[in-house]
Design a protein around this ligand. Structure first.
Ligand code: AHG
Ligand code: MN
Ligand code: MN
Length: 338
C-alpha cells in the first residue's frame, strides 16, 4: 500500500519544484481529475443506460453531437467553474469561448481549452475514447472577464496539458513542462495511481496511424511516405505496421508507449486538415515534445503556430522524432505540383 502514489500526492510533491507555486494549478488539475472520474463512470454504463448515439444537434463545426459529447462538456465545464481557478473555457462543443462571470472567476489566472470527448463516434461500439485539455495563463488583467486573446495563444505558452483515455483501463496523462506522467485509475479505490512516471517515446518506431481511406485525397508527400512505410526493407524494419483506432487520444497513447507516428494531413475535403489546433493538436504537441518526440504541421512546429480562430484546423503529424522528420522530408521532396 505504501508504494502507491496517487495523482493528488504526486501533484503536491511536484509543486515543490516550483518555489512560487500557489497551489492554484494543483487545484485546477484536481477539478479535471474529478470530472474525469464522473465521465468515466458514465462511459462505463454505455449500453446499459440511454447515453449512446447522437443527440440530434450539431456543433459549430457542423458535426453531429453525441449525447456523451454534451454530457462530458457539461461535467468538465462545471468542475472547472466550481473551484474558481479558471476564468474561462473553450471547447469543441461550444461555439464561442465561455467566460465565467463570478467575482472569484474574474480573479482566476487560468483558461482551459478542451476536447471533452475525443473519438466520440467510437462510443457506440465500445472502443476507447478520451478527453484532451490544455491550460494557459490568461493575458487579460485579473479581475476582468476572460477575452478572446486569452484563448488564442500559441501552444508554446501552455502551462499544462494532458489527456484522459477511457480504455481497457482509464488513465490520465499530463505534463506541466517537467516530463510526462501517467496515472491509472483504480475504480475500487476511486483514485488515479502513478503507473507511468517520466514517459518517453522511442526516437524511431514502426507503427503508422492514418485513415488510409482518404488516400486518394492526400498530398503527394504523404502518399509517398505511406508507400515508404509499406516497402519491404527488412534491415530497416519495414514494412511498418498500420494501426488506426480513429480516436486521436487512443492512437496517440499507443504510439507514445510503443513508438510510431499519427498523421492527419490536409485532404481534398479538409484542405486545412481535420484536427483542431487549440484543443487537439497543441496539447498533444506539448506532451509529445516533453516525451522526446515531435509534432509538426508538415513544415513547422505545431507549438509555434499563431492561432487566429478558436476552432482552427491544422494538418497534424505527431510521434517519434525520426518518423516525423521523414514525413517532413517527403512533403518537401514531393510537393503537390510535381
Ligand atoms: P472528435 O470525436 O473529438 O470530433 O475527434 C475525432 C477525431 C480524432 O479523434 C480522430 O483521430 C479523427 O477525428 C478521426 O477522423 P476520421 O474518422 O476522419 O479518420
Ligand atoms: Mn477530437
Ligand atoms: Mn470531441
Amino acid at each position: 500500500m505504501s508504494d502507491i502514489k496517487t495523482l493528488g500526492e504526486f501533484i503536491v510533491d511536484k509543486q515543490h519544484d516550483f518555489p512560487h507555486a500557489s497551489g492554484e494549478l494543483s487545484s485546477l488539475l484536481g477539478s479535471i481529475k474529478l470530472a474525469a472520474k464522473i465521465v468515466n463512470r458514465e462511459i462505463n454504463k454505455a449500453g446499459l443506460v440511454d447515453i449512446t448515439g447522437a443527440i440530434g444537434s450539431e456543433n459549430v463545426q457542423g458535426e453531429q453531437q453525441q449525447k456523451l459529447d454534451v454530457y462530458a462538456n457539461e461535467k468538465f465545464k462545471a468542475a472547472l467553474q466550481a473551484r474558481d481557478q479558471v476564468c474561462g473555457v473553450a471547447s469543441e462543443e461550444e461555439d464561442e469561448a465561455v467566460s465565467f462571470d463570478s467575482e472569484h472567476s474574474r480573479n482566476a489566472k487560468y483558461v482551459v481549452l478542451m476536447d471533452p470527448l475525443d473519438g466520440s463516434s467510437n462510443i457506440d461500439v465500445n472502443v476507447s475514447v478520451g478527453t484532451i485539455f490544455s491550460i494557459y495563463r490568461r493575458i487579460s488583467p485579473v479581475g476582468t472577464l476572460a477575452t478572446e486573446e486569452d484563448f488564442l495563444q500559441p501552444g508554446h505558452r501552455q502551462i499544462a496539458a494532458g489527456y484522459i483515455i477511457y480504455g481497457s483501463s482509464t488513465m490520465l496523462v499530463y505534463t506541466t513542462g517537467n516530463g510526462v506522467h501517467g496515472f491509472t485509475y483504480d475504480p475500487s479505490l476511486g483514485v488515479f495511481c502513478l503507473s507511468h512516471e517520466n514517459m518517453t517515446i522511442p526516437d524511431d518506431g514502426r507503427i503508422y496511424s492514418i485513415n488510409e481511406g482518404n488516400y486518394i485525397r492526400f498530398p503527394n508527400g504523404v502518399k509517398r511516405y505511406i508507400k515508404y512505410c509499406q516497402e519491404n526493407v527488412p534491415e530497416d524494419n519495414r514494412p511498418y505496421t498500420s494501426r488506426y483506432i480513429g480516436s486521436l487520444v487512443s492512437d496517440f497513447h499507443r504510439n507514445l508507449l510503443k513508438g510510431g507516428i499519427y498523421l492527419y494531413p490536409s485532404t481534398a475535403s479538409h484542405p486545412k486538415g481535420k484536427l483542431r489546433l487549440l484543443y487537439e493538436c497543441n496539447p498533444m504537441a506539448f506532451l509529445i515534445e516533453q516525451a522526446g518526440g515531435k509534432a509538426s504541421d508538415g513544415c513547422q512546429r505545431i507549438l509555434d503556430i499563431e492561432p487566429s480562430e478558436l476552432h482552427q484546423r491544422v494538418p497534424f503529424f505527431v510521434g517519434s522524432t525520426s518518423m516525423v522528420n521523414k514525413v517532413e522530408e517527403f512533403l518537401e521532396t514531393y510537393p503537390d505540383n510535381d
